[in-house]
Design a protein around this ligand. Structure first.
Ligand code: WT7
Length: 647
């Protein structure tokens, strides 16, 4: 399946960048990075221009990352206000409801007034520049409006995915000391209600939350009658009724925080990834334009949720900074039926569709019928993100969904990188199914062996980036030492991605997956340690070890080994209870797929769990366990193999 798909003539013809232009741009970006990024910074409107492009040290002893440091701008101004003159009546956000009968087109002018009004409400509730605001929202326009309203007044938002539990929400509110939460009465997904306000109420009772939280701003969405706490909970529509329609944009330093977004790492607690104003916005706008070959009037749809970085960079900030028409979808791929994605494409005449391999595989399982029932003639470009896309799914996406007319951009990046790093450009790059292909201009990847030696040419190793780019994260909120340790301590002066990767003879990159204890479940990151600590919090559990295993739809599934406390019977009921328990503790995305009872776990004599062995057993590769001579009790392994679940 190593088929090469040459650049499609139609894509080359319309594209802003062909292969020669890509090569020239790449060359320029390497030879003169400051000149290159200065030129790119011209994409944004600056209240005050910067005089210094870059002030970066990746030295672990003095780690700092600053771009366009003394420049002054406002992200909301760049995403909204500056478009009013030229495209005030153009659609900015095209919203499609979970219910196919509901949709809404919001023009840049309307967006301006709705953002300004919400910003004024935030101000009335005491939010000032420098504060943090947590968003716990369904996929409704108010989610984007709230992000922009925060940006407008200089408050950093922290969006918490609406599928996370009250505990997960509470932890994130406390960690960044949010003064205010913006939520909705309920969300709606696949015809089912999500009790967002009730979850916020539950979070309020968790330790520490009310030390910081002063108010909860509630959007009326389903009109469910939710209890409102006097003096704390406020309806947006009531507060908005008597605020002004305009609100000045706060002048922000380029390095002032724009947002915090929590993501899982290999240790227990999620990290608050901090992105700042100038570099992030520039990088989101730049990549959105070149990767999707976005041109005026294109109708662009990214199916992600705003709770993830993909939603931040490619539903909200990148597209809106570019004056694009960006679609926001409240629903799911299989509701009311498996044609939904393509019905939405036809209904809104979508030109660019950016989704995840897990969705493609789930749709592929239903066969070609639901796809063929739709036209999809408006589609010009397809995108993939979140995990490696297997060649079978790639070919199906290309041939069945795109009918061989649409290039696929397989975009590799991370919450930490702010935007796309390695990806084809539709008019420039010959495609190889399963490869994210080549780095974007301005990005310098390298492969290292475990000792930190740089590997040249065709090679497989650990993926690092060797020079800063404007979209990189600046720190872990409140824990700079963790930032240094996680990304810059493995290899000197290199940003370590946590991914393994192969480079072929053509210089194409093939991401092989995480090399740390981070799982990728349906394109979402989940730390094994997070799931383990949820499990051991259950009274029946003595010890737990979590690993990933190959899963047809999700890419990776969650495989759990549980050692029960003495005297506890391993029953089917308990298995179901533990799955429910983890769901409740973290959220549905963390639900274990398989739970194996483990009378003991394989440990070294010093007591360290040998995950390598557990991973092999979960992957059914137990014929090749490698060196087991350091095990304290080798018999444990035989029992685990005999009782493995993933046959
Ligand atoms: C991890 C980052 C950034 C968007 C959503 C996920 C994996 C992401 C690809 C791809 C292979 C990919 C990597 C990465 N990943 N995109 N196109 N091909 N792997 O963001 O939650 O920060 O996860 O997702 O393992 O490190 P995230």
């Amino acid at each position: 399946m190593k088929k090469l798909h040459p650049v499609l003539p139609a894509a080359r013809e319309r594209a802003l960048i062909d292969n020669d232009a890509y090569l020239a741009m790449y060359q320029q970006s390497v030879e003169d990075p400051e000149g290159f990024w200065t030129e790119q910074a011209g994409r944004l409107d600056w209240f005050k221009p910067f005089s210094r492009v870059k002030d970066v040290s990746w030295d672990a002893d003095d780690l700092h990352v600053r771009w366009f440091d003394d420049g002054v701008l406002n992200a909301c101004y760049n995403c909204v206000d500056r478009h009013l003159e030229t495209r005030g009546d153009q659609t900015a956000i095209l919203w499609e409801g979970d219910d196919p009968a509901r949709d809404e087109a919001i023009t840049y002018r309307q967006l301006h007034s709705r953002v300004s009004r919400m910003a004024n409400v935030l101000k009335e509730l005491g939010v000032v520049k420098g504060d943090r605001v947590t968003l716990y929202m369904p996929m409704i326009p108010e989610a984007a409006i709230a992000m922009l309203a925060c940006a407008r007044i200089g408050a950093a938002h922290s969006v918490v995915f609406g599928g996370f539990s009250p505990d997960a929400l509470a932890g994130r509110i406390v960690d960044c000391e949010s003064k205010l939460v913006i939520t909705a009465d309920e969300g709606l997904r696949g015809g089912r209600k999500v009790p967002l306000k009730a979850n916020v109420d539950a979070a309020k009772s968790r330790p520490g939350v009310m030390d910081h939280l002063e108010s909860v701003l509630v959007v009326r969405n389903t009109d469910a009658g939710v209890p409102m706490q006097d003096g704390v909970d406020h309806w947006l529509h009531e507060r908005e009724a008597d605020v002004a329609d305009d609100c000045p944009c706060e002048p922000m330093g380029a390095e002032d925080p724009l947002f915090i977004l929590y993501t899982s790492g290999s240790t227990g607690k999620p990290k608050g990834v901090l992105h700042t104003t100038g570099g992030y916005l520039l990088y989101a706008a730049y990549t959105h334009e070149i990767v999707f070959d976005y041109q005026d009037g294109d109708i662009y749809w990214c199916t992600a949720d705003v709770g993830w970085i993909t939603g931040h960079s490619y539903i909200v900030y990148g597209p809106l900074a570019n004056g694009a028409i960006t679609m926001m979808f409240e629903g799911v791929p299989n509701y009311p039926d498996y044609s939904r994605f393509w019905q939405v494409v036809d209904k809104h005449q979508v030109n660019i569709c950016y989704t995840a391999p897990t969705a493609i595989r789930a749709l592929m399982r239903e066969g070609e019928g639901p796809v063929k029932a739709t036209s999809r003639q408006s589609l010009r470009l397809l995108g993939s993100v979140g995990e490696p896309i297997n060649p079978e799914a790639w070919e199906w996406y290309y041939n069945v969904v795109g009918e061989g007319r649409c290039p696929i951009v397989d975009t590799w990046w991370q919450t930490e990188t702010g935007g796309i790093m390695i990806s084809p450009l539709p008019g420039a790059t010959d495609l190889k199914p399963g490869s994210a292909t080549r780095p974007l201009p301005g990005i310098k990847p390298a492969l290292l062996d475990a000792d930190g030696n740089t590997l040249e040419g065709e090679a497989e190793g650990l993926l690092v980036i060797t020079d800063s780019w404007p979209g990189q994260m600046r720190t872990v909120y409140g824990d700079h030492a963790r930032f240094v340790k996680t990304y810059f301590s493995a290899f000197r002066n290199r940003y370590f991605t946590g991914d393994g990767c192969r480079r072929d003879k053509d210089g194409y990159y093939w991401i092989t997956g995480r090399v740390d204890d981070v799982l990728n479940i349906s394109g979402h990151r989940m730390g094994t340690a997070e799931v383990e600590s949820a499990l051991v919090a259950h009274k029946a559990v003595a010890e737990a070890a979590v690993v990933g295993y190959p899963h047809d739809i999700k890419g990776q599934g969650i495989y759990v080994y549980v050692t029960l406390n003495a005297g506890i019977e391993p029953t089917e009921e308990l298995r179901a209870e533990l799955r429910q328990w983890v769901r409740k503790e973290i959220g549905p995305i963390a639900t274990p797929d398989l739970i194996q009872w483990a009378p003991g776990l394989p440990k070294t004599r010093s007591g360290k769990i040998m995950r390598r062995i557990l991973r092999k057993i979960a992957e059914n590769e137990y014929g090749n366990l490698g060196d087991t001579s350091t095990l304290a009790d080798p018999d444990v392994v035989d029992d685990l193999i005999a009782n493995r679940l993933n046959r």
